[in-house]
Design a protein around this ligand. Structure first.
Ligand code: SAH
Length: 388
């Protein structure tokens, strides 16, 4: 496979002891109970803390008034309840908001909130950068990749809640109702951390986001798909983008490892998929590449027997991108064919384009800024120093 770029090494997230105090965010209930037991505190204290951290959104132990004052003070010397630092916050003309977050090692990732009439979706990143190098995605051009840890993933949800003023989470009329793991990175290549973060996000005594309102998007890491359905029971989206292996090998190089037939079989076997809980197939519309009526008909054949819906994504261009977006007519004709076969096929409205928050645009400008920062700090511009 000489045409494949060497796969970059994926680095693990750093332990967050920024000021000598261990961050409690990102621990599951058992871990939280264990660290508190070391301080001589009973398990019910862990439940109280959980409530303060994930239901009330409190970051200062002094506000945790169900704990005795000396306990609060002692906890504050050893532990912290930290968020990632927000280094930039932007709001698009269409109401989409984007936060650039900086983690303890200086690496950054973005989170995007997309308000709609009946819901609000948070697009969450799972890695800094991505190893998959899909030809149409800007994130894949970044050299540096590391997994985000549970605190960094669930921290994106908490930061959004901070900004939206949603603590404790309202029962009705929430602005943050849905989570999509569709930001930077391949979530199924960071399964343990993603799963842990999503279990925290789904916890009923905490952030309480329903598993039916969480969607994980994968480029098709076939061996991990079953676990996603079995262990989390969340919704699945698959970035298909092509109907032949020949083309998909080029657009989504991961296809060389897990070709279309295997991917479709994994979708047929996805635990919990049904007509009420369909798998979403994402299909980026690339002019003259994958957008013909014949492609649409082939797509329909591929979906046979799968409870599916299709999401057509107009290609979002980035500087130097080797593709153009299909014409509106081509997208409409494609969608009509898929629709006539009985699959809903909405066209995803590009949101937040003016702040580079649309699919595949994340990091477009922050990478440049980060390079400048690293250079100023005397590190090589590819970020390799941060690996040490
Ligand atoms: N790695 C995961 C999640 C991240 S990408 C996956 O591949 O699904 C989220 C979605 O945005 C994917 O469907 C991806 O193919 C799409 N996307 C990436 N770049 C894009 C671009 N420039 N224009 C439109 N969609 C893009």
């Amino acid at each position: 496979m000489t045409d494949m770029k060497p796969v970059p090494q994926i680095f693990a997230p750093p332990v967050d002891r920024a000021d000598g105090r261990l961050n409690l965010v990102g621990m599951d209930r058992a871990e939280l109970t264990a660290v508190l037991a070391e301080e001589g505190l009973e398990p019910f204290r862990a439940r109280q803390l959980w409530h303060w951290i994930y239901h009330r959104g409190v970051t200062d132990f002094a506000e945790m008034t169900t704990l005795a004052k000396p306990v609060r003070e002692r906890l504050a010397t050893r532990f912290a309840v930290r968020r990632p630092a927000v280094t930039r916050a932007e709001t698009s003309a269409d109401g989409t908001r984007k936060w650039l977050l900086r983690f303890v090692d200086g690496q950054e990732a973005e989170t995007v909130h997309i308000p709609e009439e009946d819901r609000g979706t948070l697009c969450v990143s799972s890695q800094v950068g991505c190893t998959l190098a899909c030809k149409f995605c800007h994130t894949g051009t970044q050299p540096w990749v590391r997994n985000l840890g549970p605190a960094e993933i669930v921290g994106q949800v908490m930061t959004a809640r901070d900004a939206l003023g949603e603590w404790p989470a309202p029962r009705e009329d929430r602005q943050l109702t849905n989570i999509v793991l569709m930001g930077m990175g391949e979530p199924l290549y960071n399964w343990d951390n993603v799963a842990k973060a999503m279990r925290i996000a789904m916890d009923h005594e905490g952030l309480s986001v329903s598993r039916r309102k969480i969607t994980l998007s994968t480029a098709g890491v076939v061996p991990m798909m079953k676990r996603c359905g079995e262990e989390l029971g969340i919704q699945l989206a698959v970035s298909l983008h092509a109907v032949t292996d020949e083309l998909r090998d080029v657009l989504v190089p991961l296809n060389k490892k897990y070709p279309i037939a295997e991917l479709m079989q994994a979708c047929r076997d996805y635990p919990g998929a049904s007509n009420a809980r369909r798998i979403t197939f994402e299909y980026v519309m690339l002019k003259g590449v994958n957008d013909s009526p014949a492609d649409a008909r082939a797509l329909v054949r591929l979906l046979d027997g799968i409870p599916a819906k299709v999401n057509l994504i107009p290609f979002n261009a980035w500087p130097g991108a080797p593709f153009e977006c299909s014409s509106n007519n081509a997208i409409r004709a494609f969608g009509d064919i898929v629709n006539a076969a009985g699959y809903s096929s909405p066209v995803r409205q590009p949101r937040g384009r003016d702040i580079l928050a649309a699919c595949g645009q994340l990091k477009s400008d922050s990478v440049r800024r980060r390079k400048a920062d690293l250079a100023a700090a005397g590190a090589p511009a590819d970020g390799s120093a941060a690996a040490a």
